[in-house]
Design a protein around this ligand. Sequence first.
Ligand code: UD2
Length: 313
Amino acid sequence: MSNVLITGGAGFVGSNLADRLVAQGDKVTIVDDLSMGLVENIPDSDLVTFYEESITNKEFMEHLLVKNKFDYIYLFAGVASVADSVARPYETHQVNQEANVFLLEVIRKRKLPVKKILFASSAAVYGDDPQLPKTELSRIKPLTPYAIDKFASERYMIDYGNLYDLPTVAVRFFNIFGPKQNPSSPYSGVISIITDCIREGKTFNLYGDGEQVRDFVYIDDVIDALLLLTRSDKAAEAHGTYNIAAGKKTSVNDMIAAYEKITGKKLDINQEAARQGDIKYSYADISKLAGLGYKPVYNIETGLEKYWEYINK
Ligand code: UD2
């Protein structure tokens, strides 16, 4: 039984990871300010301790780290919306970068015996550079405060690893979908929004012509990747940054067509102008992760099927 901290553990990825860890008998501590996460996402188990707190509360975080001596730390807390980061650049910076660097600093100074620290970065760091697919060596072109902070925090993780021998690793998420993704914001994952529209008979606003391409990856595959990088016999080899994606390109139109087939329902679509700054093509080369043994199980159809099954449970 390991002792695990998940910041942002009430959010989409964090809570799915918590489910998996609790199922394998780990003790899980969650810190989440519920700005985007939902309390009902948190697994109902004696193995889970939940603190409704912001990771920017330094005193609280330092005390928590020192008291618990976590084996594994997963850093998912953050302002998740790119648009939010543009509207509130300094506030998001304090959460998305400053708070994470502070945690590293506490671990370094207090010599805390962590086995692995994983930081969640984003495909946003690649910006709109035309080179595709994105490999971890592709050009970095952060275009928003969100992307800048994600990239800077990645670098802090990696350099704290190199300079102070901390066992860090960073991941760049592409477009994850599946249970527990909160569809409430216009910047929520497009598949969670479409799911909500199909269920509630609402109209879906499609921004642009739908020919924009994404690399949609099902949450269960993402959790497998996270465990591979931190908990498997390959984890010791995992350093630096890894793309987490399916390694497949799908247009929004093709995704919608597949979903309509699965659900047997027609999505009511209202076409709007493309979002400002929207990236037309984004998909990943996942060979670095595959080199450690990662192999996604789901494709867009089987992932959507499983998601729809969960929704109707
Ligand atoms: C994803 C991440 C974002 C950032 C970015 C980096 C999610 C939820 N967001 O944004 O945090 O890392 O990648 O590139 O994973 N769309 C519609 N209608 C809607 C919502 C979306 O047409 O109601 C379109 C949207 O304009 C985009 C596509 O669907 O072209 C995917 O949108 P998204 O918000 O799910 O993800 P993305 O790639 O913009």
